[in-house]
Design a binder for this molecule. Structure first.
Ligand code: ME8
Length: 646
């Protein structure tokens, strides 16, 4: 039996899993199920990526150990996967002992082969943020791009991985093989990362401890991406005794990821495998992001579209269908409750659900639930049957090329064709005429057969509801198989149907949108204010020192972006005494039009400075927001220009 190995990324256990995380997992699950149906020996792996500074910090904030912190989130991930009927064969946690042991051995092997060497990490260091930055990452004042405080020249001992020996082979992999899907993404990788020269990668850290220690130099922990990428091999037993499937399943047939981590999987991962002379995975399928209101959906906004809420309301299969159908390989897809509900109504309730319930109801009504064996062929049969017979081959090809949305589109073409066949053959007219009963029986049998083929193929994508449909049309277990999905005439001639519940009830769009919106509002009300990392309170001063700062109300008369800077706006203000020019680093968050005409607070007696060559006389007051942005403080707009803040 041929093997098939498919993986999702291992997710960071921070925040709750959301529709974006669901997408990759559901997509891999559908492919895994399809391959199992085709007879492959499938290994489907998912898991969680549990080390790193961020996890260490979050655990500290909550007053728990990092392991306690991740345990709780991992339990929630697993609960969601169960709810979404994810049929993973193995779940890896990078905190599992066997993985830790294997990563230490892998690091050592790379070191022994000369691909990892000890060096010095040099850069600009921001002490409060504990972060190194390159010159080009610094802000326009040469300060830390995160906290905008001064940075110092610093160096730290670190291990590096040599990337350059692999540049040519990686370029060939991306441009001359079908490793990368879609292939069109190769150009950006080659032009942005490979052609300019692959830089050696810093693969150890000494600034935090929540990671896998380098066993021969334990003050270093292994860079989280080495720890993470090798999960695809350690989960099979590579360099550990926990499992013994490496020889059977490696190399992976498909790694599926979103575009944010494409570079790691398309450049760094192959380089590391090449360094160990290991076979390369066959395909990397890269999909876009599910966006919401134009932003990438992420864990911090996870509850906005909570997959638990959606699957409880509409069923896991409806959600699975919607996200799989929406997302084309390589492109982003914007999520909207309205589009989802309309799609469930049109494709599932009106399309497939209606086809099944009408057909079963007619077998009941005209034949008491069991078809007679007298048949009469007629017009439209051949076209319907030949479309049904060619469906499996088309779906196979799309699945082979990881184009799930196209596979579903193809299956639903047959659903529409079958509904059209009902209109063409008008069974309700045939039912009125005793002499046409044989023709009616043929029409209904053809419809049951088409539904059998459709439901068999769809069961990879909608595993909860398709067995119910197959049961309703009277298909026996042994009649439902991949082999039979390319055959016609499989159901018993005198098949008996079993009328059941309406599988995809029509949804009241307006009511549901209102309900979902109120759930959203109540979730936001319940949500505690996000915790911000507050800057420490500064040293005490007396009132006279404060009085030296002259804060005034001023009105923005005009405002424009400073061309050479992404961060700076140049504002002309009326400060009550005349006009003054102030430069402010808020261009990432405000457009000039957001500010023109508004009153703001300025520090009026700051000594002039030049920023990006433009003179600034004063400073606009703004405060740090929870999301890391800055919000300008807008005073009561009736205050006159020049009014003093005291
Ligand atoms: O990057 N739309 O973990 P992660 C579509 N631990 N897919 C999305 C998405 C969205 N809005 N948001 C997340 C990591 N995803 C690393 C991976 S692998 C060796 C290590 C999915 O929790 C998508 O598959 O940030 C993306 O690649 C993955 O979640 C990133 O998950």
């Amino acid at each position: 039996m041929s093997k098939f190995y498919i993986t999702t990324p291992i997710y960071y256990p921070s925040g709750s899993p959301h529709i974006g995380t669901c997408y990759t997992t559901v997509a891999c699950d559908s492919i895994a199920r399809y391959k199992r149906m085709q007879g492959f020996d499938v290994m489907f792996l998912t898991g969680t990526d549990e080390h790193g500074l961020k996890i260490e910090e979050k655990a500290k904030e909550k007053g728990v150990t990092p392991k306690e912190y991740v345990d709780e989130i991992v339990a929630n991930f697993k609960k969601l996967w169960q709810r979404m009927n994810i049929s993973y064969d193995r779940y890896i946690r990078t905190t599992d002992d066997y993985h830790v042991e294997a990563i230490q051995k892998i690091f050592k092997r790379l070191y022994d082969r000369g691909y990892i060497y000890k060096g010095e990490y040099k850069g600009k260091y921001c002490t409060p943020c504990e972060s190194f930055w390159t010159q080009s990452q610094l802000d326009e004042n040469g300060c830390c791009p995160e906290c905008h405080r001064e940075v110092t020249e610093a160096k730290e001992e670190a291990y590096f991985f040599k990337m350059s020996p692999f540049a040519d082979r990686i370029e060939k992999l991306l441009t001359e093989t079908d490793y990368l899907r879609p292939a069109s993404r190769a150009t950006e990788l080659v032009n942005n990362f490979i052609r300019p020269g692959l830089e050696d990668l810093c693969v150890s850290r000494t600034s935090f401890t929540w990671g896998i220690p380098v066993d021969f130099d334990p003050k270093h922990v292994v860079y989280v991406w080495i720890d993470a990428l090798f999960n695809y091999c350690t989960a099979l037993g590579f360099e550990n005794g926990r499992y013994d499937d490496y020889d059977k399943y490696w190399p992976a047939d498909v790694h599926m990821v979103a575009k944010d981590i494409m570079r790691f999987h398309a450049v760094i991962w192959p380089a590391m495998l090449m360094a160990l002379d290991m076979p390369l995975p066959k395909h990397l399928a890269v999909h876009g992001w599910i966006t919401f209101n134009g932003h990438k959906m992420s864990k911090s906004m996870g509850n906005v579209i909570d997959p638990f809420v959606l699957s409880d309301r509409y069923g896991a299969d409806a959600i699975r269908y919607h996200i799989l159908r929406e997302m084309a390989l390589g492109a982003d897809s914007s999520f909207s409750n309205e589009i989802m509900i309309n799609r469930i109504n049109s494709d599932l309730a009106n399309g497939l659900g209606n086809l099944v319930s009408r057909t079963v109801a007619m077998v009941d009504k005209y034949f008491g639930g069991t078809l007679p064996t007298d048949r009469q062929e007629g017009e439209f049969d051949d076209e319907l049957i030949s479309e049904a017979l060619s469906l499996r081959e088309k779906t196979d090809e799309f699945i082979e090329n990881t184009q799930i949305n196209n596979a579903l589109a193809e299956i639903f073409k047959l659903v529409s064709r079958a509904n059209k066949y009902i209109d063409e053959t008008a069974p309700w007219v045939l039912g009125k005429d005793e002499s046409k009963k044989a023709r009616l029986a043929s029409v209904l049998y053809n419809l049951l057969e088409v539904i059998r083929i459709i439901a068999t193929l769809l069961s990879a994508f909608m595993p909860e509801t398709m067995p119910e449909i197959l049961e309703q049309i009277g298909a026996d277990k042994e009649q439902v198989s991949y082999e039979n999905a390319a055959k016609f005439g499989v159901l018993d001639e005198n098949v008996t149907v079993h009328k059941g519940r309406i599988i995809f009830p029509r949804i009241d769009v307006d009511k549901e949108i209102n309900d979902l919106n109120s759930i959203l509002v109540s979730q936001q009300e319940q949500k505690p204010e996000p915790e911000t990392e507050l800057a420490p309170i500064a040293e005490q001063i007396d009132i006279d020192t404060f009085a030296k700062s002259d804060l005034r109300v001023a009105k923005v008369i005009s405002c424009e972006k400073i061309k050479r800077s992404k961060k700076l706006l140049c504002l002309h203000l009326d400060d009550g005494f005349g006009e003054r020019q102030v430069v402010s680093g808020i261009a990432q968050w405000y457009q000039p039009d957001d500010l023109i005409g508004k009153k703001v607070i300025i520090v009026a007696n700051l000594a002039p400075v030049k920023l990006c060559g433009v003179e600034s006389n004063g400073m606009i007051c703004a405060a740090d927001a929870a999301d890391g942005s800055a919000k300008v403080i807008f005073p009561d707009q009736s205050l006159p220009c020049g009014s003093k803040i005291r």
